[in-house]
Unconditional design. Structure first.
Length: 578
């Protein structure tokens, strides 16, 4: 039988093989007649259930867009939910008198989403794509409802955590569904469309949140997910969503649930990730980095991480994060590319509005509008580069070009000053957006191209987890860079200004605590501090470059043609090979 996910035997000729898979774990650990093999080898020897030339096996036309359209909407809602709460927090804290809980409104959401990412990947490996996605989306909607009707601050925090648990399986679930719906050479364009439109949520989140808080209630920042989500859920409920391979009945999975999902590994994994993320969230904000709390969290993280790594190594391919999968160059390179790319995106999306509101004097609403050149450039290039990959067949060159454009664009943004022209910040954003649009989906295409279908959900989850982890890590680093820079530069450029009053007042309020003579110096200090953060963005983008070469150089267009040729064999010949 053909090896890897390049096997292309027709569904009809592999009915017996598929039946055998039903009684074996989804990673393909069926035992061959001759000699035992690892889970990974068995998974890679599985036949592809959907050969690329069998167009009737893939979704097309209205059926395809009935699946893709709600996925785009869900993508948008997930990223909208991460930023919409930012402008509502002042009103929330006033309502509940909960100033001390500010950090938890975002931390609970991020913690739940990050920690559950690997487990969510296991869900898509073993259970139906459709019902897994709908279940996670229902959890997200329930969390939004809890937040909207919250009567206490603690209830709101719990609601945010529940919503975060739901989002853990939505982005990777959407990508898994796309991989099962269309052949490989068509996936880059669809992934680009989904991820491109999702970026709009990052920009519109604060704008919509501010408008809803001002003209209705902060509760509508959460209620808004219900009607939009209800429409997406209804479409998905009545739409056929395919699976990439035959999956065992749910009752068979539930009999051995704790082993298939490595619950012991998850129990070891979750605490050390919570401790790390809490240390990053609190460090320098709530507690000093050298405080007993921070030191304790980092020590607890290190000890638990060692224990989990030993357990994960011992479990091998049955682990929460399979060892053989992580060892693949495509997987760890792709995960690192996603991590560096997403962390630079988060930092840029957070600090560019600070530049507009501080150095440029823009309102919060207009600062979001001013970011549209970056978002629209990324959207256009995400779609265009996806189409080009389908035509050319190679995705790695686009990832390499992406790293170069992002590094140059972020570096140019590092030259912005209070006197920069409109043409400057528009042009610099477009360069960065072009880079991000070209590269955001390429690592995901790479892992799909080099792994068996049963391993794709796990690899996508690992990529998403790395993006969230790196985002938390480098956002914390950027905050340290920005704050320390302000404390150095304000006394330098505005020596008579009250440093502490300026820092406490924030980017939109410092003008109230300084004089007209001090304003130019403070504006320059703010602009240069943001510039230093953009240097970090440029460095992170540059780090994508060496790891992009690890994504591989397989021509996905030629691969599809090989599958077509293979499936043109007589059925009897294919059966004899099997």
């Amino acid at each position: 039988m053909a090896s890897s996910d390049q096997s292309t035997s027709p569904r009809l000729s592999l009915e017996k093989e598929a039946d055998a898979e039903v009684s074996s774990p989804a990673l393909g650990d069926a035992t061959p007649v001759t000699e035992p093999v690892t889970v990974e080898e068995a998974a890679l020897s599985k036949p592809e259930v959907k050969p690329d030339d069998k167009e009737e096996e893939w979704l097309t036309g209205i059926k395809l867009w009935a699946v893709i359209s709600p996925l785009i909407l869900v993508f948008f809602l997930v990223l909208l939910d991460t930023t919409i709460v930012s402008t509502a927090i002042p009103s929330i804290t006033n309502h509940f008198n909960s100033l001390t809980d500010i950090g938890w409104y975002s931390a609970s959401y991020q913690l739940a989403s990050a920690v559950l990412q690997p487990l969510a990947g296991k869900v898509y490996v073993h259970f139906s794509n459709k019902w897994s996605f709908i279940s996670f989306f229902a959890l997200f909607e329930f969390g939004s409802l809890l937040c909207g009707v919250a009567t206490t601050s603690k209830m709101l925090i719990v609601g945010r955590a529940v919503a975060g648990m739901g989002t853990a399986g939505l982005q990777n679930g959407a990508m898994t569904i796309i991989s099962a719906s269309v052949p490989l050479h068509k996936r880059p364009a669809l992934l680009g469309i989904c991820q491109g439109f999702a970026q709009l949520g990052l920009v519109f989140g604060p704008l919509i949140g501010g408008a809803l808080t001002q003209y209705t209630s902060w509760r509508w920042c959460f209620f808004i997910n219900l009607p939009a989500g209800g429409l997406a859920g209804a479409i998905l409920l009545f739409t056929r969503i395919p699976d990439a391979y035959v999956k065992p009945p749910a009752r068979d999975i539930l009999r051995d649930f704790h082993n298939k999902f490595d619950l012991i590994g998850f129990v070891l994994f979750a605490p050390f990730m919570v401790m790390l993320l809490l240390a990053l969230q609190w460090g320098g904000n709530i507690y000093p980095w050298n405080s007993a709390t921070e030191i304790g969290l980092f020590c607890g993280f290190a000890v638990n991480a060692i224990v989990w790594l030993v357990w994960n190594w011992w479990k091998k391919d049955d682990a929460l994060i399979p060892v053989s999968m992580v060892r693949r160059t495509t997987v760890w390179s792709g995960s690192l590319v996603v991590g560096f790319l997403m962390s630079s995106l988060y930092i840029f999306a957070y600090y560019l509005p600070i530049y507009f509101q501080s150095a440029d004097g823009a309102s919060p609403t207009m600062s979001g509008v001013y970011m549209l050149p970056n978002i629209l450039a990324a959207l256009v290039l995400a779609v265009l580069s996806g189409k080009l990959v389908g035509v050319i067949g190679y995705y790695t060159p686009f990832s390499i070009a992406s790293a170069i454009f992002m590094a140059v664009g972020y570096g140019l943004c590092g030259t912005l000053s209070p006197s920069s022209s409109t043409g400057d910040w528009i042009g610099f954003q477009i360069v960065a957006g072009i880079g991000r649009g070209m590269g955001m989906q390429m690592p995901l295409v790479a892992v799909q191209n080099n792994l068996a279908p049963a391993m794709i959900p796990l690899a996508i989850s690992l990529c998403m987890f790395t993006g969230m982890l790196f985002g938390a890590l480098f956002l914390s680093a950027s905050a340290t860079i920005f704050t320390n820079s302000l404390r150095i530069l304000i006394p330098k450029y505005a020596p008579t200004a009250n440093l502490e009053a300026i820092v406490v007042a924030g980017a939109t309020g410092f003008r109230r605590v300084i004089t007209a003579e001090e304003l130019p110096g403070v504006l320059l200090a703010y602009a240069k501090s943001v510039d230093r953060v953009f240097y970090l963005c440029a460095a992170l983008a540059a780090l994508c470059l060496p790891f992009s070469f690890g994504l591989g150089w397989t021509n996905i267009k030629a691969k599809a043609q090989q599958k077509k040729a293979a499936t043109s064999k007589p059925v009897e010949k294919v059966e004899s090979e099997v």
